[in-house]
Design a protein around this ligand. Structure first.
Ligand code: SF4
Length: 330
């Protein structure tokens, strides 16, 4: 365990965690909503510090990050716990409890593991990295000293102050924007959407490479009007921010049938009215994962599943045909 950074004492050893907007009030001996912050005798601890439940070398497209070193592989790690209560959680085995099989590492060991695997970076993914804030921060700082980058796949539900620290050492984020309706966020996610928007805005403004993912669930967040507004809002930051619309499958407590692929394709068309890079995910190998130049239509990156071919990009990430900046880090 490691002492948590963000909390306030409320008296009588009760603590308020200030890492994320839930601001859990935690009695001695109890944990917050995410399970991974525990009050021990009036001090708040991160109880998943250095605890890994998954470690693998993955294609970066699996995060998904399509505009950040396409075709590369990256050491990917997950811990346990999550600060949201989504009924459709796709990783509930590690987000809702502490699994029995855990591997413990310290930040320097994880950096060494990354080097041993010839990985250019470490991806914090699988469960929610925010609830491992201290480990994420310590590791990303240690990694950057060795020239290794850090990235995270996150729900974006974090307070401003810790986010300001994270964006200094995390180079890329895929942030879930789980829908556009405020009611959907309140009813199915249990948090206000505005916090996620704030994380997207601030991370992008800080120079972090940002991509956005929306898991589309039939009848819950598949409205074309909502997608139109969502895409307009993303475009107000930049038309070049990649948006991934992924197909949902029943999991955890959600029994709604899988999203029809046609729904994903039609929402992609709506989003493409405002954004230059919109991708369909979880629908098998198709052209919907390819990157084309928004200017001349040239095929820049071809993706068939995790088979990736960089076709027409120069070393600066520009279209080799017309020279347009393709907003891809290569
Ligand atoms: S990080 Fe966990 S304990 Fe802290 S406020 Fe969020 S859910 Fe509660």
């Amino acid at each position: 365990m490691k002492q948590a950074v963000y909390f306030e004492e409320l008296g009588n050893d009760v603590l308020e965690c200030r890492l994320c907007p839930h601001h859990c009030k935690i009695e001695p001996g109890r944990s917050g909503l995410c399970l991974s912050r525990k009050n021990l005798r009036g001090m708040l601890y991160s109880s998943n510090y250095g605890e890994l439940t998954s470690i693998a070398v993955d294609p970066i497209e699996k995060k998904p990050l399509y505009h950040f070193y396409p075709g590369s592989e990256i050491l990917s790690v997950g811990s346990w716990g999550c600060n949201l209560l989504c009924q459709f959680c796709q990783n509930w085995e590690i987000s809702k409890s502490r699994p029995r099989i855990i591997r413990r590492v310290d930040p320097e060991q994880l950096v060494e593991i990354s080097q041993e695997n010839n990985s250019f970076g470490i991806a914090f993914t699988y469960n929610e990295p925010i609830v491992s804030f201290e480990f994420l921060l310590d590791t990303s700082r240690a990694a950057s000293k060795e020239g290794i980058i850090s990235l995270m796949v996150t729900n974006g539900v974090i307070e401003e102050e810790p986010l300001e620290l994270l964006v200094q050492s995390v180079r890329a984020m895929n942030i879930d924007l789980k829908g556009w309706s405020d009611d959907f966020y309140r009813s199915y996610i249990g948090v206000e959407k505005k916090y996620v928007q704030r994380t997207i805005e601030k991370s992008f403004a800080a120079g972090v490479h940002v991509e956005i993912t929306t898991l589309v669930i039939p009848g819950l967040n598949d409205s074309k009007d909502d997608m139109d507004q969502q895409a307009r809002w993303i475009a107000s930051l930049s038309e070049d921010i990649p948006l991934h619309l992924t197909r949902y499958f029943p999991n955890y407590k959600m029994e709604v049938p899988p999203t029809p692929p046609e729904t994903i394709f039609s929402l992609c068309e709506v989003a493409r009215q405002h954004l230059n890079y919109v991708y369909a995910g979880n629908i098998g190998a198709s052209e919907a994962g390819d990157t084309r130049c928004p200017e001349c239509g040239e095929l820049l990156v071809k993706r068939r599943g995790y088979s990736v071919t960089v076709e027409r990009l120069d070393s600066e990430g520009r279209c080799s045909n017309c020279g347009r900046n393709a907003a891809i880090i290569v």
